[in-house]
Design a protein around this ligand. Structure first.
Ligand code: GDP
Length: 589
């Protein structure tokens, strides 16, 4: 889809930079986009702005017009600015090409009243990961108490109109937010048009409602891309293209089976919507023979029902080796597939696009997180995905889980998951998915522990202290010395020296008259032992056992298994050694 002759790579031949808007929910991303789109520009004049597929194009002329109050009457070198229409990190992660981001610059929107929020930080991490330059739009300045509206004014001009109190509020919020950025390892400063761009990130105060600071935002955006990206923004004769969205036209069904293979097809049509004024004519597109980047376009071709959002698109030229191109196209897929756990054990992961799936998998692989993945999928969670995840129910219940990132779950899938016991966690912040899953795992562990609390027997050897038999039976009350291991409330006790005669369960332990759950080796405590079987007479001190006997935890094969399964981390090496010793004593094989 390149144009005619090979264009020169030079400053005079810059392509339009691609810009993404990111930030926490409700910070005003959509409003800001509306605002720079000029839907609130007086007179409703669109000024050459064109609506594209998934993006809006601002010609340099329009940007110049809207920033002229800033007296930055410099000739813009880029032909315009292409702003992606869907704000949020989904489109950002999706705009990728050969492992790097296709997005040239981003606007990170921060609500001046709220400061940095979870998704702000997540966006920040994504931007850092992809090495993408960005500007901070400190939005909703009009929410400062007492703000005087100055429609679409440059921020300095608007600030001059404000009272001392408003200025003070602004300063306080700004300083706080700069500190929060610092905590994230970023140096930010308030944008100043007269100052040279330094190695800091610029903060531009804006209001997406009344338009203050929008000229500044537009100017900084274009200036910054021009300055730092002259090389990247020059036209190449090479096509870089990402599938933004796969739209299923109604009537053709709504499910898409993802085929993990390259699709080879010929372009039937390159489409863009009609210019602004003709946009009302629904469903009609302009046909093009060739299109020059950067642009959002619609492509029709056969076989695209198997396409997935976020995948790269390659053009096969007359001199290209089709097999080689196919190989390259599969590269992205392979990087995703290579993150699936070879053991076949792990959770299922589902995301809206290849890009977000890749980001999520990257995150799950990091050592601090380390959640194995056995299956991946793109798009809405359906019944078949739940079936796939349910395979783990038998092997490892905690992995019978779907981590759904930014995708929907059909009601049928929810129902099936409920019936089968498959867990589905949904979030649009990666860290939240992780938190939910970790919380669930910990709960399961607790549950299992509680279930097996009666079965697991901690190892202990105790000795009755001299003159410390306070009651001989019903219940037995003794002062004891813990010779080895851990004594726990609930532990069944027996006397190995006398044919392992069981004498009951520890009902309570007191250390210096204070009740405790456990007593460790070396502690001297008083214990209450009650009979295990209510129908049976309790064994009695002096008749069934005496001062010379050692009392030992009554372990069994089952109790050892329960201990290993759920309390492995709670036992020290010495305590495990005692388990082995008792095992021999009890002749458990
Ligand atoms: P998004 O979730 O980040 O896309 O946020 P929206 O653009 O949907 O805005 C969320 C809410 O904040 C809406 O009610 C907007 O009207 C409001 N809002 C957005 N920008 C501004 C602003 O600059 N000033 C004020 N006062 N409200 C704003």
């Amino acid at each position: 889809a390149t144009s005619d002759a090979a264009p020169k790579e030079s400053e005079d031949n810059l392509r339009s930079p691609i810009c993404c808007i990111m930030g926490h929910v409700d910070t005003g991303k959509t409003k800001l986009l509306d605002c720079i789109r000029g839907t609130n520009v007086q007179g409703g004049e669109a000024g050459g702005i064109t609506q594209q597929i998934g993006a809006t194009y601002f010609p340099a002329e329009n940007i110049r017009e809207r920033t002229k109050e800033l007296k930055a009457d410099v000739k813009l070198k880029v032909p315009g600015l292409l702003v992606i229409d869907t704000p949020g990190h989904e489109s950002f992660t999706n705009l990728r090409s050969r492992g790097s981001g296709l997005c040239d610059i981003a606007v990170l929107v921060v609500d001046i009243m709220h400061g940095l929020e979870p998704q702000t930080i997540e966006s920040l991490n994504l931007l850092k990961m992809r090495n993408t330059k960005f500007i901070v739009a400190l939005n909703k300045v009009d929410r400062l108490y007492g703000w005087k509206t100055c429609h679409n004014a440059p921020i300095e001009k608007a600030m001059k109109q404000q009272s001392r109190d408003v200025k003070k509020q602004f300063e306080t919020q700004l300083v706080q937010i700069i500190t929060q950025f610092k905590e994230q390892g970023l140096n930010t400063e308030l944008n100043n048009m007269d100052k040279e761009m330094r190695e800091t990130y610029r903060i531009v105060p804006t209001s997406a409602i009344s338009g203050e600071g929008i000229p500044d935002l537009l100017l900084v955006l274009t200036k910054l891309t021009e300055k730092t990206m002259v090389e990247n923004l020059t036209y190449r004769n090479e096509v870089q293209c990402t599938v933004l969205e796969v739209k299923v036209i109604e009537g053709l069904g709504t499910t898409i089976d993802v085929v993990l293979g390259p699709i080879v097809t010929s372009i039937r049509a390159l489409l863009t919507p009609h210019p602004m004024n003709e946009l009302r004519v629904k469903g009609t597109y302009q046909n093009h023979r060739a299109i020059k980047g950067a642009q959002g376009i619609k492509i029709t071709a056969s076989g695209l029902e198997h396409a997935i959002a976020g995948a790269a698109l390659y053009v096969v030229g007359p001199h290209d080796d089709l097999e080689e191109v196919k190989e390259t196209a599969m590269g992205d897929m392979k990087s995703v597939l290579s993150r699936i756990d070879k053991s076949g054990e792990g959770v299922c992961v589902q995301a809206s696009t290849l890009g977000s799936l890749e980001t999520l998998l990257e995150f799950l692989k990091t050592p601090e997180v380390n959640i194995p993945v056995r299956g991946i999928s793109i798009g809405t969670v359906h019944k078949k995905d739940v079936m796939k995840a349910s395979v783990m129910l038998e092997k490892k219940k905690e992995f019978a889980t779907i981590l759904a990132f930014d995708v929907k779950v059909t009601p049928e899938a929810w129902k099936l998951a409920d019936d089968l016991g498959v867990k589905i966690f949904m979030a649009d912040i990666i860290y939240h998915l992780f938190d939910q899953f970790k919380g669930y795992i910990n709960n399961l562990k607790e549950e299992k522990k509680n279930e097996s609390a009666d079965e697991a027997v901690f190892p202990s050897v105790i000795k009755i202290l001299p003159n410390s038999v306070f009651n001989k039976k019903d219940p037995i009350l003794l002062g004891v010395d813990v010779l080895e291991g851990i004594l726990k409330v609930g532990t069944p006790i027996c006397i190995p020296q006398r044919d392992f005669i069981p004498i009951g369960r520890i009902a309570s332990i007191k250390n210096n008259h204070r009740p405790v759950d456990t007593a460790k080796k070396g502690m001297k405590v008083s214990i209450k032992i009650v009979g295990t079987n209510p129908d049976e007479q309790q064994k009695m001190y002096g008749r069934h056992f005496g001062i010379e006997d050692e009392l030992v935890s009554h372990i069994s094969r089952r109790s050892i298994d329960a201990l290993k399964a759920n309390y492995r981390d709670e036992l020290s090496n010495d305590e495990w050694k005692l388990v082995v010793k008792l095992k021999k004593l009890f002749e458990i094989l």
